[in-house]
Design a binder for this molecule. Sequence first.
Ligand code: MN
Length: 354
Amino acid sequence: MQMTMRWFGTGYDSVTLEQIRQVPGVSGIITTLYGTQPGEIWDKDAVTAMKQTVEAAGFAIAGIESVNIHDSIKTGSPDRDRYIDNYITTLSRLGEAGIHLICYNFMAIFDWTRSDLAKLRSDGATVMSYDQKLIDQIDPNSMFETMSAKSNGFALAGWEPERLARLKELFALYKGITAEKLRANLKYFLEAIMPVCDKYDINMAMHPDDPGWSVFGLVRIMKNKEDLLTMLHLVDNPHNGLTLCTGSLGTNPANDIPDIIRSVKDRIHFAHLRNLRHNGPGDFEESAHLSADGSLDMFAIVKALYDSGFNGPVRPDHGRAIWGEVSMPGYGLYDRALGISYLSGLLEAIEKGS
Ligand SMILES: [Mn+2]
């Protein structure tokens, strides 16, 4: 497994590549052209500049998170082919730049959702949390304002203000989109992009839904093992794969993550490793990465990945806000660096013990 860290780019991230260089064990960067809109063709010079910036700091780009999918593709609107063509052009430019991993999701309207971005824990740390009772009281049309209010002034990944300014329009667009329709649109998209993925050996790594159930009545198709297997069978090409995100799949206590890893193992291209703590049904908070601080058995998860032969990039995921650090929620340096040290220790013990 290759240890990586997510970095949003100069001007967008409070963390620098120079700081990441001092986190032991990190050899790759997961990044994106932050500020591009879903559906936009990525500028060739901007891709080159992104690559040069990362390489000048002594790293390689291990993958892109994310190249977001335009809503016309997800909803199967008449203009989807134009946006699929744009996506293919972006993929070919990334392929030309030697990039072989793309994380994306196929969630309706809202990327990840939380009811609080800074829930205070007893030790003074703050974490992102989700409580269905609180979400049920929020008008979905004001969800963008609710999320932005506690984002420390940072733009939130997947919460493009330009797109979410049209929320009413988006809800109308997704009206009548059933799981079957969303899956059919996903299959259409994947079949269209597989030739360019084959040409450049690009692994598409679809991220599961977060949380793993329907929010605001919107359809979800990546909630559990059955959904993941269905998605992989839609297009049986090894480049059609998954991001194994323990924090997202772990939102539902019924998901047995080591079992899921064993079931989909050959098609995991990327892993997000983090822990969370269940407080009750539909109520969880993100925790430190340690098994002892949350509800997930991180040892069993890393062991299952190791045993399945997974050799791709992994990264710590959202961290707590600690030691007074101000960052994009979940993406401070300190707690993710602690997470990397812990995950690296788990991995070394598993490797040497096998
Ligand atoms: Mn994730």
